[in-house]
Design a protein around this ligand. Structure first.
Ligand SMILES: [Ca+2]
Ligand SMILES: [Ca+2]
Length: 183
């Protein structure tokens, strides 16, 4: 009898979401070649885009409201600016905040702060981004666990805490919301 062929590291089908498993026999390991928009060792994470634009106003208790399309874990939320500006004074305007500060706060439906992660409703700095960056990436230290159809809100900080919003321009900043997600 000849020896049985060595067992493929891909035999257990570790790669998910229609990705291809590439066996690394010498290391007894594998890597997963993901489809577009998938990532992670097992291609277990993918991008989920919320349908439509989400618009956050500078005042008037008008956050951008959206709903999670499915249950799972959110690793990060990418906000891509589409149009419009918010302002916290009559003179300034920006996509997300004020100069180097980010004033875009993610809350749940009860306005409890979800991001920034210290859960204090305040403006903050985000390395690599400013108030006028074309996009923001809010990365969670531990994934946010969500149900399908769960409501979230993106607030302009002054509107959330009702801090000098009277002198803000009435405009809104509209964005695409894209999650890095797994089930
Ligand atoms: Ca103001
Ligand atoms: Ca308000």
């Amino acid at each position: 009898m000849s020896n049985a062929p060595s067992q493929s590291p891909c035999l257990s089908k570790p790669c998910r979401n229609n990705s291809s498993c590439r066996a690394l026999y010498q290391l007894n390991d594998f890597w997963c070649e993901c489809q577009a928009n998938y990532s992670g060792r097992y291609c277990e994470k993918w991008l989920v885009e919320i349908p439509g634009d989400v618009c956050m106003y500078g005042k008037g208790d008008k956050p951008g409201v959206f709903f999670t399309p499915m249950a799972g874990k959110i690793y990060s939320t990418r906000l891509v600016h589409i149009s419009g500006k918010v302002s916290c004074t009559p003179e300034d305007e920006s996509n997300w905040g004020y100069h180097s500060f980010i004033d875009t706060i993610l809350t749940d439906k009860d306005d409890h702060v979800v991001f920034p992660e210290d859960q204090i409703a305040n403006y903050y700095e985000l390395p690599g981004f400013t108030g006028n960056s074309p996009e923001l990436v809010l990365t969670f230290t531990s994934p946010l666990v969500v149900n399908a159809g769960q409501e979230y809100r993106l607030w302009y900080w002054e509107d959330l805490v009702n801090d000098t919003e009277e002198d803000n321009k009435p405009g809104s900043s509209c964005m695409k919301v894209i999650y890095l997600f797994s089930d």
